[in-house]
Design a protein around this ligand. Sequence first.
Ligand SMILES: [Zn+2]
Length: 111
Amino acid sequence: MHEMTIVANVLEIAHRQAAAAHAVRINRVVLDVGRLAGVEVEALRFCFGAARSGLSAQAELVIREVPARGLCPGCGATAEVSEPAAVCEACGRVMAISGGRELSVASLNVD
Ligand SMILES: [Zn+2]
């Protein structure tokens, strides 16, 4: 499963940073997930719950969904979009997308 690979990477980063900070426990992992990142948030949560261990055994996963913005090259309209091939509502052209593809650990809370 795609999401399990992502969670394994996220936990590896979290464990490495926690170890570097001499933490005894990871309380919370905050993840930025773009709307267009192609990731199922519910699957991420499920995998995270299943993959926690050691320092992260009790860790909470907080997911911040990052919106994607579309800019129309024709009329300059902007809109929040939820698909990569969004079309301008005003003039029908395909919008240029910025943001919404990120997938990164935003912050950690450790003891
Ligand atoms: Zn337009």
